[in-house]
Design a protein around this ligand. Structure first.
Ligand code: URA
Length: 261
């Protein structure tokens, strides 16, 4: 085709538009009927997705397997940190393992970390924890005591803080229970204190702390004493009288049972 200068090409184009042209066409004619009649290539069908069989995960069995490989507390802590089946781990800043003297005669099992514990990575360091320290000091005990007879070892049923401090779900307790069981085996305390309802739920399979508190029973194969949780005592100071009676019962039992481990 003869080349046109720009103003001529534009004038011709405008003329064609005035005549009603709406499409740019090629130099050679296109037989669109032939195009329509040609059998269209069949669209390629994507192969139907085969459902991928997800391996069934049993978090409780996995927790049990992990804990059995732990032969000491450091190993248990590392095993817990490798456990990926508890959603609470994703929202927590720190894993809260334990505090106190692993040689202590008394092991205290609380519920779960709160905000302060989550921040510091230690159990019972917030307001409830400070009250717990005062309660223990009243019977000449504490987590910092170097002698096993006066010291305590403190942990929780759950090592990760539940969002908004909500109650742990039964399945969360169940999957973390093997860790608590192994924890008790490794610390081998003489006595256990179950602090509050969640701890009783995990250790005894029942709640009802008002009825359970102060009654010696057995959990994790050890004598144990359910007590009011210090967070409850902060809200209900009138219950401190019962808490004091339970502390005295703990002290008396320690004195009457065989000496330090
Ligand atoms: N309450 C608990 O039960 N445990 C903690 O560590 C702190 C508060």
């Amino acid at each position: 085709m003869e080349s046109l200068d720009h103003p001529t090409a534009r004038a011709l184009l405008e003329f064609q538009i005035e005549l009603g042209a709406t499409d740019a066409i090629c130099d050679a004619p296109v037989d669109r009927y032939a195009l329509v009649d040609k059998p269209k290539p069949k669209p390629v069908q994507a192969a139907p997705m085969q459902p991928v069989a997800k391996p069934e995960v049993d978090p409780v069995a996995e927790a049990r397997a992990l804990t059995q490989s732990a032969s000491d507390l450091a190993g248990l802590q590392a095993a817990m940190a490798r456990f990926e089946h508890c959603e609470l781990k994703r929202g927590a800043r720190n894993m809260v393992f334990a505090d106190g003297n692993p040689a202590a005669r008394v092991m205290i099992i609380g519920e779960a970390p709160g905000r302060d514990e989550d921040q510091q990575g230690k159990p019972f360091v917030g307001r409830a924890g400070q009250l717990l320290d005062k309660m223990l000091a009243a019977i000449d005990m504490g987590r910092a005591h170097e002698f096993s007879a006066q010291s305590v070892y403190i942990t929780n049923v759950l090592p990760w803080r539940p969002p908004q401090n909500r109650d742990p779900k039964p399945e969360e307790i169940a999957m973390l229970l093997p860790f608590v069981q192994r924890h008790v085996e490794l610390v081998a305390p003489d006595l256990i204190v179950l602090m509050g309802n969640i701890s009783c739920q995990a250790g005894l399979g029942k709640r009802g702390i008002t009825r359970l508190r102060g009654q010696w029973t057995e959990a994790y194969g050890k004598p144990c004493l359910p007590m009011f949780h210090p967070a409850y005592l902060l809200r209900s100071p009138h219950a401190k009288r019962e808490a004091w009676a339970d502390l005295l019962a703990l002290q008396a039992r320690l004195r009457s049972d065989a000496g330090p481990k």
